[in-house]
Design a protein around this ligand. Structure first.
Ligand SMILES: Cc1cc2nc3c(=O)[nH]c(=O)nc-3n(C[C@H](O)[C@H](O)[C@H](O)COP(=O)(O)OP(=O)(O)OC[C@H]3O[C@@H](n4cnc5c(N)ncnc54)[C@H](O)[C@@H]3O)c2cc1C
Length: 303
């Protein structure tokens, strides 16, 4: 692949480029080998030009959010990894109850912005450590809320550099799923519609959700959150715990003793350690309960 050509184009468009950059620095699991090219893209014009070049050279492109739902291979990613930056972090109040937010903004900053403007609906997302783009892609959710409840439009750019948008049902939002998992477009920003409430009340609910996370989740260890999706009619954590796997380890990866639905990086875990532990959990749960667990965390790179 002509990485040099892509690198030069990116630099000429004002992007920051890092070569052979360890992805462990960009994932909440703190796991992952090097990305061949990691490009921080500050503007829509730079993104368009870069995607057109990658398309022309048939270079594969991976879009990185905040890396909080990824399991990156120890062998790294032999692709162009794009991280939206700069203009893509902006947010604006477009109407009294409506916010447009760039995909690179953190979900936390969007939640804070909504609260500061006395807008309710995003409290559920307080404490989810992703970007707005990643949250839209995953239809992130917690405590009975999900992005689907508030998001009515996503703006995107296709892999060949064409701008577009999806609205309402076109977004294909379901349990930890969106249309973007299929169409491969890059989300550049979303529009959310909220409702007015008192800042004090919004803030109180946010604090409550954060406290519940602190009480139940192993936030003191690197992880990617819940490793499995919730199987219909069960809770993954409870099934894993009932198999006696709490605290079970493979290498440096361990089923969290605090929350069995989390695998934590306890001691310099490799991607391989996590994958082996996932397989062990899946087969144990299948044997004992006949339930097929499905990964929520997304594997990336040469596994
Ligand atoms: C401690 C902890 C707690 C968590 N709690 C929750 C929770 O309560 N609920 C929940 O749903 N999740 C939770 N998560 C998981 C994670 O935070 C969410 O899935 C989050 O939405 C991922 O966003 P991200 O920016 O980190 O995406 P990444 O992990 O970087 O990427 C995830 C996927 O989104 C794609 N993507 C990212 N940005 C874009 C974009 N702009 N355009 C197109 N595709 C894009 C990536 O290519 C990748 O396929 C938790 C994780 C941790 C570590």
């Amino acid at each position: 692949m002509d990485f040099e050509n892509i690198k030069q184009l990116a630099l000429s468009k004002g992007c920051t480029v890092r070569e052979n950059e360890p992805m462990s620095r960009y994932t909440t699991f703190k796991i992952g080998g090097a990305a061949r090219l990691l490009i921080f893209v500050p503007s829509l014009s730079a993104l368009k030009a870069l995607l057109k070049k990658c398309d022309e050279l048939k270079a594969s492109v991976f879009v990185l959010g905040k890396g909080s739902n990824l399991l990156v291979s120890d062998k790294g990613i032999d692709s162009v990894v794009i991280k939206l930056d700069g203009d893509f972090k902006k947010m604006t109040l477009v109407e009294d109850d409506t916010i447009y937010c760039g995909a690179a903004a953190s979900l936390a900053s969007l939640c804070r912005y909504a609260c500061d403007n006395g807008l309710s609906g995003l409290e559920f997302a307080w404490g989810i450590p992703g970007s707005v783009g990643g949250a839209a892609f995953m239809n992130a959710g917690a405590y009975g809320g999900e992005m689907k409840d508030i998001m009515f439009q996503a703006n995107h750019i296709t892999r060949s550099g064409e701008c577009g948008a999806l609205t309402g049902d076109e977004l294909g939002l379901g349990y930890r799923h969106s249309a973007y998992a299929e169409n491969g477009h890059i989300i550049t920003g979303i529009t959310v519609r909220l409702h007015k409430d008192s800042k004090a009340e919004i803030s109180r609910r946010m604090d409550d959700y954060m406290q519940r996370r602190k009480d139940k989740q192993p936030l003191e260890y690197p992880s990617a959150g819940s490793i499995f999706k919730r199987p219909e009619g069960y809770f993954a954590g409870a099934l894993i715990q009932d198999c006696g796997l709490k605290g079970y380890s493979v290498g440096g990866a361990m089923v969290s003793p605090k929350h069995s639905g989390f695998i934590v990086n306890n001691d310099n875990a490799s991607c391989d350690d996590v994958l082996k532990l996932i397989e062990h959990i899946k087969s144990t749960v299948k044997d004992k309960f006949g339930v097929e667990l499905e990964c929520e965390v997304r594997p990336v790179g040469k596994l």
